[in-house]
Structures are given as C-alpha cells and as structure tokens.
Design a protein around this ligand. Structure first.
Ligand SMILES: [Cu+2]
Length: 214
C-alpha cells in the first residue's frame, strides 16, 4: 500500500498509540480516570489492633470523580468493597456446589495439608463440595440484566448506577496476599451519576461505607 505524505503524518500517532496500548495496557486505562482519585482505606491500625472499618466511613465526591480503595493493614487481613442493589446479591465467600460422585479433588502439591469440605447431597449420584466463591473473592460486576463480568486484579471500573452488584475482590495489604490467589490490593471506581451509594465488606458485613455523589 502506498501512503501519501499527509496520510503518513496522520497515521503515525495512531500507530504510536497502538504500540503504547500493547506495551502498557494499564497506563492507557489509567488515563481514563479524570483527576486524582480520592483515597479510602479499607482497614488500617497496627499489628496488635487492626482496624476493621472504612476510613473515612463517609465521603462526598462530584459526578465523574473517582475513589481508590486500598488496604493499609499491617497484618494479612483482607477486606472487600462491595456494592449491592439488593441484599440477595450478597456473596458468601464459601459456597456449596454439586459435583458428580466420581469427582476427586487432589492438591497440586503432594503432601500439602489441604482437603475440600465434602458434605452429603440429596442424590446418590452426586456430592456437595464447599469451595471459595469467586464472586466474593474476585473483582466482578453483575449488570441489571444479570450479565456477570470478571475484572482483572486492581481494577478500575466506571459505575453508571444501574449495576446489581460490584465487587472489588478481596483487597490484601501489599505483599500479604496468600499464595495461589490473585494479589489484589486496590480498587478504583468512577461514579458517573449523582446519588448515595452504600457498600459493605463481604468478609466483615458490619463494615460499611457510604459515597455521596453530587
Ligand atoms: Cu472487611
């Protein structure tokens, strides 16, 4: 394909942008947050008395602004930032699942001190295993139609206010996430619409926060 000089000049910035998007996908995403996000801490305190609260518990922002939640707790105590339209969307972090009787669970690490909890089921062909619930543990959204979308760790999400469920996933203090799981330590959300939005931690459901968007 032969490009004229003008079209070469016009396409050059697009090509540069595409290369940057491939090399630094997180940075392109980060630019979509307008202004500096306000910080809310999930937890904190010290090693002998960790805080189990959002700090500040209430925060006011303007529509289009963002909040970043982190976890400054000095011990390995996780928290989540979870918005729900209704109580039925509360995701317990351990949940039962039916599997066939022939299903065996083996640890990838020989000799590890692990085993899933298996309880009897109603049917002779199946058993029930209790496992960690991904919708509590991982960053995920459910829209008003019930579509479930998993987000990458340390996500940035823009809330339009119609969502049924938005979860940060378990936010661990830096370097203190358990091995094997996603090492999530922050969550950023942009609030597009004015309103009052309450949220909870799905590990400590009495731990609540409020965002007022004007
Ligand atoms: Cu918590």
């Amino acid at each position: 394909m032969h490009l004229t000089r003008t079209s070469k000049i016009l396409t050059a910035p697009i090509i540069v942008t595409l290369i940057i998007m491939v090399l630094y996908p997180g940075q392109i995403q980060a630019q979509s947050v307008s202004g500096t996000p306000k910080v809310v801490h999930a937890g904190g305190g010290n090693a002998t008395s960790p805080i189990v609260d959002f700090v500040p518990q209430q925060i006011g922002i303007k529509a289009g602004e963002s909040i970043i939640w982190d976890n400054p707790t000095p011990v390995a105590e996780p928290h989540s930032v979870t918005f729900m339209k209704e109580k039925k969307f509360f995701a317990d972090f351990v949940a039962p699942f039916i599997v066939t009787n022939s299903t065996e669970f083996q640890s990838p690490q020989q000799g590890s001190n692990t085993e899933p909890i298996i309880v009897p089921s109603q049917s002779a062909d199946s058993k029930v295993v209790l496992t960690v619930n991904a919708r509590a543990f991982n960053p995920v959204t459910i829209d008003s139609k019930g579509n479930v979308t998993y987000l990458p760790p340390n996500s940035q999400y823009s809330m339009d206010g119609t969502e049924s469920y938005i979860n940060s996933g378990w936010l661990w203090p830096n370097e203190l996430a358990p091995p094997g799981g996603p090492a999530i330590n922050n969550f950023t959300m942009t609030f597009e619409k004015a309103g009052t939005y309450s949220y909870v931690c799905n590990i400590h459901p009495w731990m609540t926060g409020l965002v007022t968007v004007n």
